[in-house]
Design a protein around this ligand. Structure first.
Ligand code: DX5
Ligand code: ZN
Length: 227
């Protein structure tokens, strides 16, 4: 995985057909997805449950781009090795998931993954300062994590702008996650984000038997950020 700051669209399979992840992933990749965003929820850190390492290992075989695993779980550390073995390229943990984020990020890199740090909408940037040399990606949540299809939280535009300044020349991606549409995406790329997670805005209107809408939806986001 080489580093670049061009805009990447990462469909979240939270909005895909859960009975058909393999084909859904192949369909969105064929329709232009840059990364595949995989939302892992534990029913404890967030009020929803999805799946764990065995499902990630199963879908990894269908991902030809980048497997971007967003851990909404606490604790994180006991599961890092399992998600790394399952094929995660980027493994992102929440700052709010525990007291020892520094150790968690070290363990993620130690397991051979790119290390991501996710921030809830209420979390400020102060605690990120001393972690910047240990991360490959910062994920700014633009909804409260747990569900797809929520409304974009506008206060996070300013947070991304400040984060972009803090990052400077470091090779760190800024990812945004939640409520991304052709209307909200340009605000975030202008502020400095380069990885746009989108669930409902990519998967709406399509299916594995009719995947063309996935491509139209991806192109609509790309066109909005290019213009
Ligand atoms: C929310 C997840 C997101 C979610 C985004 O907890 O982290 O990745 O799937 O969904 P949309 O794009 O529908 O807001
Ligand atoms: Zn996510």
């Amino acid at each position: 995985m080489s580093f670049d700051r061009t805009v990447k669209i990462a469909p979240s399979i939270l909005s895909a057909d859960f009975a058909n992840f393999g084909q859904e992933i192949e369909a969105v990749e064929a329709q232009g997805a840059d990364w595949i965003h995989v939302d892992v929820m534990d029913g404890h850190f967030v009020p929803n449950l999805t799946f764990g390492p065995p499902m990630c290992a199963a879908i990894a075989k269908h991902i030809n781009t980048v497997m971007d695993v967003h851990l909404m779980i606490a604790p994180v550390d006991p599961y890092i090795e399992a998600f790394a073995e399952a094929g995660a390229d980027v493994l992102t943990a929440h700052l709010e998931a525990g007291a020892h984020t520094h150790r968690t990020l070290q363990a993620i890199r130690g397991a051979g993954c790119k290390a991501g740090l996710a921030l809830n909408p209420a979390t400020g940037l102060e605690e990120v300062d001393y972690l910047l040399d240990m991360v490959d990606l910062v994920c700014v949540m633009t909804v409260n994590p747990g569900f797809g299809g929520q409304k974009f939280i506008h206060s996070q535009v300013e947070k991304v702008r400040r984060l972009r300044e803090m990052i400077g020349d470091r090779p760190i991606h800024i990812e945004i996650d939640g409520g991304i549409t052709p209307e909200t995406a340009p605000l975030m790329t202008a502020a400095g984000a380069d990885v746009l997670v989108a669930g409902s805005a990519v998967f709406k209107g399509g299916s594995v038997s009719d995947p063309a809408p996935y491509g139209e939806n991806i192109r609509a986001i790309r066109a909005a950020v290019a213009g």
